[in-house]
Ligand binder design. Sequence first.
Ligand code: ZN
Length: 568
Amino acid sequence: MGDTSGIKTADLVMKNGRIYTVDRNKSWSEAVAVTDKMIVYVGDSDGVESYVGPDTQVIDLKGKMVMPGFIDSHMHISAVTAEGDGVALANLPTLEAYLEAIRTYVTKCPNQDVIDGGGWGNEPFPPIGPRKEDLDTVVPDRPASLMSGDGHSVWVNSKAIEMAGVTKDTPNPPGGVIERDPDTGEPSGTFRENAMDLIYNVLPPFPVDRLKRGIHSYMKTAASEGITTVHDALLLMPDAEGTLLGYGNLRNNIEAFDQLTANDELTLRVRGTILTDPTKGAGQVAALKAQCAIHKHPHFQLTGAKVFIDGVVEGSTAYLVEPYRHMPDFRSESLWETDIANETFQEIDAENLQIHVHAIGDAAVKVSLDALEYAREKNGTLQTRHLITHLHVVDYADIPRFADLGVIGVPQTFWHLKGEYYDEISLPYLGKERADAQYPMKSFLDAGVMLAAASDYPVTVPSPPLVGIMLGITRCEPGSSNPDDVLNPKEKMTLEEMIESFTINGAIANFVEDITGSIEVGKMADMVILEKNLFDIPETEIADTKVLMTLFEGTPVFTDPSFQGIEK
Ligand SMILES: [Zn+2]
């Protein structure tokens, strides 16, 4: 052992592991030392001994795999309230099951002014969506508003429609649909996209305390899944009003994060983007910039703007180049007028703020790329890293444009499989050719586009990154070995590529690559210890691999009861 004077003993040492660092060379190590939240040593187990002092906690990894903490680059931590604290409809199969869950909730919360929550799917319903009459049978006396699992539609009862003052004479707002009874023309109970504002602009927003409870509950889940950084792509200006695409009930979410950071309660790192209003255009950029400038806590920062260009396929609101299969004259539309999108993107970029774009349809992807090209032309070069998320239906000819613009793709690999959605939505709505070309991934990589994977939680519940990693590789319903069940097989990713997209690439997408995303000296000690080495097991077992411990900035935020790693 050499001269160890001058080495400060570490707070934590982990040794005898298989540490996948995700550094530039994808190198493996055996040991790590952590002092003051930071990684101070990465190397072999002998070398780490000089960091062990009387107060050092030592974890003998006994050959376990360690990797960087996962980064979920597009999700909605503060929308989780609807799932965790309201009626939870996710994963229930039928209208009857929904009504039963709502009935139970109402009995449990007799004094709640508004019955809210959500997670319902479009699958059990005809294209018109769920009906107010059904909801009236379980909530007759007060407003009820239930968000769809995809976040693009709300199901309301008669009381909520009455409060909103919506009648058969109310026109559809631009970019929104009030579903109507085909016989009477009366609103039938489902409001889509911008039409959701008619409801949420009159119902009270979620109280800050409820949002904080939801965030706390998510952080627990996240820690157990190995997640140490997330991007909340749905923050609202505190005084937001107007066209909020139905998210007005989240108006207090920045305040919730401010209160949590003031008390240092965040046990993961949050980066976020603020929802923009398609009717306000560049006029809102100054306020955006001001909000981003005042949020600089290491655990909560705002990187720029969230822009919805379109909706979703299942709501027939994704903006397509060719018409929908089930509506042969209909392609939907862009939520942003082209000129306004161009000018707004240019101004946001000129302020060095990030644009995080939601684009599901191939035409929406084109609008996004066109606006970024416009911004580049006017600004000389793009000033910062912009993101396009979802990438559901993409014209493959557009993929090189991502590389050319340096746009990072943010796909949700949790959706990269067939199953019910493929049979009941993709095939009838898109037709076989487009359905089978859904969710390109490898094609982006081959074109030199960086991909940062994400869950879109709570659209996807639950959403452990290990499941996202597996599905990015298999593109197949777990348990099936039928090659016909694989969705768009040429887009399969490798394990290495999927790990990068949930770690270092996510760090780059969120401007935190200097502090996390890989296990390297000088970075924060965000790490996860796994039960098995992902490189040693069949790919179909990745999702079942246990997270044994998650460390956020050197502190264990989750320890599996079976893990007895710490020696002293
Ligand atoms: Zn989302």
